[in-house]
Design a protein. Sequence first.
Length: 246
Amino acid sequence: MNSFIYKNKSFFLDLKRVFNNFFGVEIIKYPTPELDRRIKLLKNFNIDVVIDVGANIGQYGSELRNIGYTGKIISFEPTSGAFLKLNKRALKDSLWDVYNLSLGERDGTSSINISKNSVSSSILKNLPQLTESAPDATYINKETIIIKKLDSLFDDLEIKNKNIYLKIDTQGYENMVLEGAKESLEHISGIQIEMALIPSYEGSLTFEEMSDKLKNLGFKLTTIESGHYNKKTGELIEVDGVFFKN
């Protein structure tokens, strides 16, 4: 038995080398330790609704399904191009609702900067360190979008008595999403939020500032998922902090 395990491990390592050397593709274990922790936390806290703020084309929702989450997903994406792809992906899933708007600190409209890579689009101005580390994050267009407070929408979502996990990935606008969710947070069990070790957008909170804010709101840091880093220097620029109520 031990010999069988060793031979299979050796074969896997050889296969990794082949793909790395000849195809430029890295083989990694799936789910990764970070995703494994996430699904365990969702199960441990009996999460049955995930509010996905800044959904882009639905990468996060699809990832949740791939790691075994079977509950409700409610995604918000304000940009028209990304929303079309998100909507197409969610149509296949009866427990995945999508909204073509941004969550923020007020109800109204706003202008969003569209990035070349789509995922770095933001209401805020970007800082030089972002485009230096990720040239595709350069803004190439603007678009007028609808913006709503979560507090304005929460009752209509009909999820008040659910165990809710709020994921916020809004390229520096995370604090504004929280400002518009002061009443809703009473009903939310966990938060996954993008946090800047090195700020990439004007006016965004730092890791320390966001940690203090969530602590004051009654949420405890539970784990961290690694995020974007500078490919030249190796510096970690942002992470996702996962918080649950004390």
